[in-house]
Design a protein around this ligand. Structure first.
Ligand code: MG
Length: 215
């Protein structure tokens, strides 16, 4: 599916300013932790034993994961109602605040459209008051669209290897960083560090981004 074109148009990207394009879940927000808390309140448990989502939801005591339709329903509910359970990734707000003094920041998330208002409130509450683009599907075309508006360097940060590959394919001039906020997911997340730098701590990631944006 195409990204929301009105979101892309509404973003301010200055033509002479470096650009940071950043994901939310597992980059700015501790998604797995929050989703686990949320489904726990609904009587389920999250077992982080593989890099997956719906296959990690169980009824307590059972060995077969919840069926995917029921898992999907919990996921949809979380995006609408779960903001209070979602905590920010450590150091993310400070790092983006520093970067935004010299760069434009755009948040590019694949949240479902019904979670838009909840997500906007969550971002503002936690110090991420930057333009938001709700995307659907691969992020490469949106990253290309945004980064083509500036003559300065751009970076893209995401936890998911397919999204990093998508940006490498559609916008190879954009520097890519993989960041996984959840300590349990870090050893499970597929990576390709030869192709996309992998840095899981925001202070280190910020320093690496600065080297790309302000050489
Ligand atoms: Mg993510």
């Amino acid at each position: 599916m195409e990204p929301c074109p009105s979101d892309l148009q509404a973003c301010t990207v200055r033509p002479d300013t470096p650009l940071v394009i950043v994901d939310v879940d597992e980059v700015l927000a501790r998604f797995m932790h929050g989703f686990g808390t949320f489904i726990g309140r609904h009587g389920f448990e999250l077992r982080v034993d593989r890099f997956a989502l719906f296959q990690n939801i169980y009824r307590p005591g059972e060995t077969e994961h919840l069926d995917l339709i029921a898992g999907r329903a919990l996921f949809d509910d979380f995006f609408r109602d779960g903001a209070d359970d979602l905590l920010p990734a450590e150091g993310a707000a400070d790092a983006l605040a520093d970067l935004s003094a010299r760069a434009d920041v755009v948040i590019l998330t694949n949240a479902p459209e019904h979670g838009r208002q909840s997500r906007i409130r969550w971002l503002k509450t936690h110090g991420f008051d930057y333009p938001l683009v709700i995307n659907s599907g691969p992020k490469g075309p949106s990253a290309a669209h945004l980064s083509e508006r500036t003559a300065s360097p751009s970076v893209f940060i995401d936890d998911l290897l397919p999204q990093l590959n998508s940006v490498a394919d559609s916008a190879p001039w954009v520097s890519r960083f993989q960041m996984v906020a959840d300590e349990r997911l870090r050893p499970l997340a597929p990576s390709d560090p030869e192709r996309h730098a992998r840095i899981d701590l925001w202070p280190d990631l910020k320093a690496a981004i600065e080297r790309k944006l302000f050489p």
